[in-house]
Ligand binder design. Structure first.
Ligand code: DAH
Length: 346
């Protein structure tokens, strides 16, 4: 009996289970109702009375050892939370690797737009999202009673500064043009990406915030044909060669003349579909020659310098590139949506 106990003792001490299953097998083998300890206690009954004292102690200590070992292993299994995972990991196995995150589709498109304009020598600039009336409206030649200043469109902010100035969340990135022109003298050649805000009810087609990229080029002898060529190049790079563009006359207070630019519908290739309302064209931006009043407001000599500006919505371009029909998807943070952009360029 002593010999058996010695043998089992070293078996228990050496025991190193690989998983929870082996721990359970251990329990059944030693501590189960038909287990070794039970058998040993049966055998103990046959021990001669003079040996009982000694063997009783040995047997109890052995039982203690088996129980403690089992308890320790059980705790290890439970705390690892991986009941069947390796308790003795094989360090030679390859690692699990990191799961790749994904960039937001709007970030992907913003980055692509920036890359294209960088190739043409445009810098990137940014401005504040909280703006004063001057930078968002007045300097840009918006008349005092212009409807865009309306409470319906603009989120106004109560200023704690006590300076009597009206602050608002910028309604467009054109405000950054003004900041750039005020800060120096031409030439300026920059694009200005950023978030803008409008007081709109949220739906599939409208949101209270969205993103724009503003463009500005001011120098001597900048003409409308420079603008057309730049935007034509941009569209070919972004949507692929063969994408058609057309300019329609339009009106913005800060440009004269002003235009809107359409591209041939990338979804139906100009054949006509629901997205382009069967016209074959979709509008992607507003543009024009910077109004001399705006230059003068920013202390730039409008006799010497001319320039063009343009502004586009990143959401709209992303809609076209990825055929996303509901604007709300961009801000809901639904991983099922975001995951789809995992394989896109980083
Ligand atoms: N700021 C205009 C808007 O939010 C877009 C725009 C139109 C920007 C014409 C320009 C421009 O720079 O020249 O709708």
């Amino acid at each position: 009996m002593q010999q058996k106990i010695n043998q089992y003792t070293s078996e228990i001490n050496d025991f190193q289970p690989k998983n929870a299953e082996e721990v359970e097998i251990f329990r059944i083998k030693f501590l189960g109702t038909k287990g070794i300890i039970k058998d040993l206690f049966e055998e103990f009954k046959t021990v001669s009375p003079e040996d009982k004292r000694l063997f009783g102690k040995v047997l109890n200590e052995f039982k203690q050892l088996a129980e403690t070992k089992y308890q320790t292993l059980k705790e290890q299994v439970d705390s690892s939370g991986l009941s069947n995972e390796n308790l003795n990991p094989d360090f030679t196995l390859p690692g699990e690797g990191f799961e790749l995150g994904s960039r937001h589709p709007l970030s992907l498109v913003r980055k692509e737009i920036i890359e294209i304009f960088k190739k043409l020598g445009f810098n990137v600039a940014e401005g504040p999202e909280i703006e004063d009336d001057w930078h968002n409206f007045s300097a840009l030649n918006f008349p005092e009673e212009h409807p865009a200043r309306d409470m319906q469109d603009t989120f106004f902010i109560r200023s704690e500064k006590g300076d009597g100035e009206a602050y608002a969340l910028r309604t467009h990135t054109s405000s950054v043009q003004v900041r750039m022109m005020e800060a120096g003298q031409p030439p300026f050649r920059a694009i200005m990406p950023g978030r803008v805000y409008r007081n709109e009810a949220i739906s599939a087609r409208a949101h209270c915030f969205f993103h724009q990229v503003e463009g500005l080029y001011i120098d001597e002898n900048v003409s409308f044909s420079d603008l057309k060529q730049t935007l034509f190049y941009f569209v070919q790079e972004l949507f692929g060669e063969g994408t058609k563009v057309r300019f329609r006359p339009s009106y913005f207070p800060f440009t004269e003349p002003s235009a809107e630019m359409d591209i041939s519908c990338t979804i139906c290739k100009g054949e006509g579909c629901q997205f382009c309302k069967y016209s074959g064209w979709v509008e992607i931006l507003g543009c024009g020659m910077v109004d001399p009043n705006v230059l003068e407001n920013c202390k730039i000599d409008s006799k010497k310098f001319t320039g063009y500006a343009f502004g586009m919505g990143i959401e709209r371009i992303t809609n076209l590139k990825y055929q996303i029909k509901d604007l709300r998807l961009f801000s809901e943070n639904d991983v099922r949506f975001l995951k789809q952009f995992q394989s896109e360029l980083i």
